[in-house]
Design a protein around this ligand. Structure first.
Ligand SMILES: NC(=O)c1ccc[n+]([C@@H]2O[C@H](COP(=O)([O-])OP(=O)(O)OC[C@H]3O[C@@H](n4cnc5c(N)ncnc54)[C@H](O)[C@@H]3O)[C@@H](O)[C@H]2O)c1
Length: 497
């Protein structure tokens, strides 16, 4: 009796599917060895596709690219042409409304200030997310994405592609095997920025090109008049849209440091730089992070450690340690130096080309999972493909990509905190950080910040004239705003779950 009921139910189900035009075929009928079944492919949409996003999508072209969104259709044109079957959009919210039921994952490579709103909405819809670095534009946004990703159990990956490389894996295996001893000091650097920084807001207002939707580019940031200096690419240097050289490069350069030393929240942070203004990041910056002791590993103690950051061409002056003539910018991106109690380890950006300063080559068997193609310096492909693999696995059995948001969210908080230290340097003290509660504990309600708003120099009547203008801000209110930005009217973020 129950059998006949079941077979009738099965029949009705099959009839309904057939009348809806859906045919169920056994997998072997539609896939052959070496060829993917169409049903095995993900449907992916891309947002911010004119620059790095185009590169990322090409590395995901094993899947179906079903929707493309950009606010600048001139810049996006080559990507539109390459993925000509994808539906085109200006506004990602409209794309989510229209295609929400038919895509599995989203690739986000917009300017930094819009990552969080897009990624948070996608996570809330239960979509897998590949989001460029820096993951977000503030500490709060990083915490939000970390928690949302955990809640919705989707596959996530921040786009710091070196993280899928063999270099950082080998570096961790060496350090965790106690090859250089306990580490209490690390130095990390990049020669960026290679875009305008340290400048005031342009006074000139230029007409908005017809191919650009300026309102959508501004998104949750405060509105300002259009000028071609902001987008594409140069938005990086402007505080409202980017995070300067530190935010841009630290997700690559500090990844081996955060990962190998299992850093977590710093206790204190202090920044200094060339002159800071209210509009754009300074030309050159240094940051000092102080981390407490972490849980010891089987072969390595984890004492308190200081991490020093340098950018804009500044480099550590460690003449007692560094070999004469050592080019710290040999790979053109940056690098870091771990100073251990037994030896020191120098590596390029993302942990590639690790070597001990003693010249000894550690003999440690590789045991961390390697990703195909990860032996090449900074390739695009392995990182994206590892995310795609994870999207196809069920949450219970998934091997998470290594820059998934449970890792990259807290790491990105460290990076955003470095940006805060630079912006709050006028307080002239190490800022004590309560990571759990995302607040500084030693800024009082009356502390003030004096920041330059304009810098003019003219020779008038044969004499030099300096005209620097400053504004004074309440430091606590500024810190709160930098930790969690206020969204422009019409934009919002979900609450942290
Ligand atoms: N991993 C890497 O090696 C790497 C390299 C470069 C850039 N990036 C990151 O990728 C992101 C993009 O950087 P880029 O160099 O490609 O910048 P870009 O300005 O060259 O490109 C950004 C694209 O996003 C579009 N865009 C901006 N706001 C948008 C919005 N709200 N909706 C839809 N489209 C929008 C722009 O029009 C443009 O096409 C940044 O987060 C950056 O840090 C990573």
């Amino acid at each position: 009796m129950s059998n006949s009921k079941n077979s009738r139910r099965d029949f009705l189900k099959k009839t309904a599917l057939l009348s809806a035009g859906i045919t169920i075929l056994p997998r072997h009928v539609i896939s052959s060895p070496g060829k993917k079944a169409p049903s095995d492919k993900l449907n992916i949409v891309g947002i911010g596709i004119g620059g790095k996003g185009f590169v990322n999508l090409r590395a995901m072209a094993t899947e179906n690219i079903v929707g493309l969104c950009d606010v600048d259709w001139k810049y996006a044109d080559r990507c539109f042409k390459e993925f000509s079957n994808a539906k085109r959009y200006w506004d990602w919210r409209k794309m989510f409304d229209e295609l929400g039921g038919s895509f599995d994952g989203v690739m986000i490579a917009t300017a930094d200030h819009t990552h969080a709103a897009i990624a948070a909405t996608a996570l809330t819809l239960g979509k897998h997310v590949y989001c460029q670095k820096p993951l977000t534009h503030s500490v709060y946004e990083s915490r939000l994405l970390t928690k949302l990703a955990a809640k919705h159990k989707v596959a996530t990956q921040m786009g710091n592609q070196g993280n899928s490389g063999d270099g950082v894996r080998q570096l961790c295996e060496w350090i965790w095997n106690n090859e250089i001893g306990e580490i209490r000091e690390v130095h990390a650097w990049t020669d960026r920025p290679i875009w305008p920084q340290g400048i005031s807001r342009p006074a000139k207002v230029t007409p908005i090109p017809k191919t650009l939707n300026w309102d959508l580019f501004i998104g949750p940031a405060p509105m300002r008049p259009y000028n071609e200096i902001y987008t594409p690419w140069n938005w990086r240097g402007w505080w409202d849209f980017g995070t300067g050289a530190f935010g841009d490069m630290a997700c690559h350069v500090l990844d081996p440091v955060y990962r190998a030393l299992k850093l977590g929240y710093p206790e204190k942070v202090r920044g200094s730089s060339t002159t800071i203004n209210t509009e754009s990041a300074p030309h050159a910056e240094t940051v000092e992070f102080s981390f407490p002791a972490r849980e010891n590993l089987p072969r390595l103690a984890m004492p308190p450690v200081k991490v020093h950051w340098y950018d804009g061409g500044l480099l550590p002056n460690l003449s007692d340690l560094l070999p004469e003539g050592e080019n710290l910018m040999a790979d053109g991106l940056g690098g870091c130096l771990f100073i251990g109690s037994k030896d020191s380890l120098l590596c390029g950006c993302g942990g590639y080309d690790s070597r001990l300063l003693s010249g000894r080559v550690p003999d440690v068997n590789p045991y961390l999972r390697r990703i195909t193609g990860g032996d090449v310096f900074y390739p695009d492909g392995p990182h994206e493909q590892d995310w795609i693999r994870a999207c196809k696995e069920s949450p219970g059995n998934r091997i998470e990509p290594t820059s998934n948001f449970a890792y990259s969210g807290p790491f990105n908080e460290m990076v955003m905190l470095g940006v805060l230290a630079i912006r709050l340097q006028g307080l002239n003290k190490a800022l004590k950080w309560d990571g759990e509660n995302m607040r500084f504990t030693n800024i009082s309600e009356t502390d003030e910040l004096k920041i330059m708003i304009s810098d003019d120099f003219k020779v008038i009547d044969g004499h030099p004239n300096f005209d620097k203008q400053f504004a004074t801000f309440n430091a606590l209110a500024s810190a709160d705003e930098y930790i969690k930005h206020t969204c422009r009217a019409g934009w919002s973020l979900p609450a942290i779950p």
